[in-house]
Design a protein around this ligand. Structure first.
Ligand code: UDP
Length: 330
């Protein structure tokens, strides 16, 4: 297949490119290199197996040019990370709404199957024990910029599926639950790489809120092959599908696990949300996926547990020699 990966220089995108190259697909990346980086694609670019087009998904003509003639599009380009969303809510909304609309329009115009990356954030504050894809969304006030990501991604799914149905284009949206793994940066807020970098440098580990909030972390090595397989599975077309892991842990528990794992002397500090993210931040108490739809469609099960994930992230951070120093944690 000739495949376009938007956001292919990002964390998940670059793993997806590596996977597609291993499967002998011809891969083009469209990335503006704002939060992504060429370094993430080093192995693919060195081997000459990926073509990188540097540009924005807001550039409609460029998007159209990149999509034309492809057999599949994986749309991952987005403004990501709670820190990014809180710092620049409007630009994030623009990229996540108009950028996605451009990619979807190009895909349906040229009849190219499209996988759209969405997020568990679309469920908002729904903390059910196993969120099914048809679960209700409980979003906070539209005046809180913190919810702009969830709002935009929900609309992205709507636009993608409506246009796909109208035009008969195969389309899947992926609701990713805290996907982690090597090469993820902590610079935009993501907790696991932040804790690992803090632990390795023996700086305080910054737990936001009281640390009782719970998450299920999923391995990028489980999620990426599932994204590809779902787009190749007709029964998945027209569906939103949860992807991630099943093992739940509190954020304080995660801090303790990483401290133990690295033998770090770091203290664990509690940081109020207002200090971490600014006034009026609302966190989700819990976010846990029901993965039965993915299992039903493609026999998905998470092969990597949290210990495997932490081990690979720590090893990668050590190999990189702290190439990704943290922003000074608040
Ligand atoms: N978090 C934290 N310390 C950090 C960064 C994040 O305690 O340095 C918390 C954050 O408030 C949230 C959880 O870790 O409760 C997961 O944050 P992340 O941004 O990785 O993903 P989210 O689930 O919020 O999308």
């Amino acid at each position: 297949m000739r495949v376009l990966v938007t956001g292919g220089a990002g964390f998940i995108g670059s793993h997806l490119c590596e996977f597609l190259v291993e499967q002998h697909h011809d891969v083009t990346v469209l990335d503006e290199l704002s939060t992504g980086s060429v370094a993430n694609l080093t192995s693919c670019l060195d081997a000459g197996s990926v073509r990188l087009v540097e540009g924005s998904i807001l550039d409609r003509d460029l998007v159209d040019e990149c999509v034309r003639g492809k057999d599949a599009v994986f749309h991952l380009a987005a403004a990501v990370g709670v820190q990014t969303i809180v710092n620049s809510p409007l630009q994030s909304l623009r990229v996540n709404l108009h950028g996605t609309e451009n990619v979807v329009e190009a895909a349906v115009t040229h009849g190219v199957p499209i996988g759209v990356t969405s997020t568990s954030e679309v469920y908002g504050k729904n903390d059910a024990d196993g969120l099914r894809e048809d679960a209700d969304r409980i979003l906070g006030s539209p005046l809180l910029s913190r919810w702009s990501y969830a709002a935009a991604k929900g609309l992205d799914e709507l636009v993608a599926h409506v246009r796909a149905i109208e035009t008969g284009t195969p389309c899947v949206s992926y609701r990713l639950f805290n996907v982690v793994g090597p090469r993820q940066t902590g610079r935009y807020g993501m907790v696991l790489p932040r804790f690992v970098a803090q632990a390795l440098s023996h700086e305080p580990i910054t737990v936001y809120g009281d640390g009782t909030q719970r998450r299920c972390f999923g391995s990028v090595y489980d999620v990426v092959p599932a994204m590809v397989e779902l787009l190749q599975t007709p029964a998945a077309h027209g569906r939103a599908v949860n992807l991630g892991g099943r093992e739940e842990i509190s954020i304080r528990g995660l801090a303790e696990k990483i401290k133990d794992f690295t033998g770090s002397t770091s203290d664990i500090h509690t940081v109020p949300y207002d200090v971490a993210y600014g006034h009026g931040f609302e966190d989700m108490a819990r976010r846990m996926p029901d993965l039965s739809l993915a299992h039903e469609l493609i026999n998905y099960t998470a092969r990597y547990d949290l210990d495997d994930i932490v081990q690979s992230v720590v090893a990668d951070a050590q190999r990189a020699g702290q190439r990704d120093p943290l922003l000074t944690a608040p």
